[in-house]
Design a protein around this ligand. Structure first.
Ligand code: SAM
Length: 223
């Protein structure tokens, strides 16, 4: 249960020296140094983060994962890569947490430039829709931690969930879809279906995928 993992009181309580020891030798960040910018929500075995780490070597990123053993696996995976590739993979980490409850404890307003929701659990039954990791209510929270211009990436092999995520985003005042041209130009979009373990499984089985990629905007009324 939640009581088994510590939760930082606020984003300033997140200990960067534990997550990125080479980049933050001490836990003192009063100099206002770099903050985490990418969050992979329900990161599973971490394939996306590993790909992003070398694609964006200057960007700090973190995976959030509910399952203890899976989180430990990702930790070990990152440590192994750091040892095998000195100087690399220092910008990536993982934390065990319930992202549906604790996002605001980790990130402050406008901190993130990218959030990822790759192959989230579907929760098919109507009464379980509120347990989905994309919902109108949670999108308010994601809009809060994303900076204007930040991007939310979602993909699933469950058509109904794909439609649900897209309609939640489409109906939210603070998000607009990327154009086809923008999607083509974004190297991250190509990773959505290929970089994660779940994506690879779907591809092996020849499954279809449904993606929705939206930008955090300033609603017209606030301009
Ligand atoms: N994104 C990964 C991929 O594409 O391979 C994993 C997909 S897996 C189907 C969904 C993951 O979300 C699981 O590892 C699950 O433990 C995690 N998860 C589910 N609910 C969560 C929550 N509330 N907070 C954090 N992680 C969660």
């Amino acid at each position: 249960s939640d009581s088994h993992f510590p939760v930082p009181l606020s984003p300033s309580h997140v200990d960067y020296s534990l997550h990125y020891p080479q980049l933050f030798p001490s836990s003192d960040r009063s100099d206002g140094s770099k903050k985490i910018e990418f969050a992979d929500i329900g990161c599973g075995f971490g394939g996306l983060l590993i790909s992003l780490s070398t694609l964006f070597p200057e960007t700090l990123m973190i995976g959030m994962e509910l399952r203890d053993k899976v989180t430990e696996y990702v930790k070990e995976r990152i440590l192994g890569l750091r040892v095998a590739n000195p100087g690399q993979y220092q910008n990536v980490s993982v934390v065990r947490t319930n992202s549906m409850k604790y996002i605001p404890n980790y990130f402050e307003k406008g901190q993130l430039s990218k959030m990822f929701f790759l192959f989230p659990d579907p929760h098919f039954k109507e009464k379980n829709h509120r347990r989905r990791v994309i919902s109108p209510h949670l999108l308010d929270e994601y809009a809060y931690v994303l900076k204007v211009g930040g991007i939310i990436y979602t993909i699933t092999d469950v058509e109904e969930l794909g439609e649900w995520m897209k309609s939640c985003l489409q109906n939210h005042l603070m998000f607009e879809p990327l154009s086809e041209t923008e999607l083509d130009a974004d190297p991250v979009v190509k990773l959505l279906s290929t970089a994660t373990e779940e994506g690879q499984k779907v591809a092996r089985n020849g499954g279809q995928t449904f993606q929705a990629v939206y930008r955090r905007i300033k609603p017209a009324s606030q301009e």
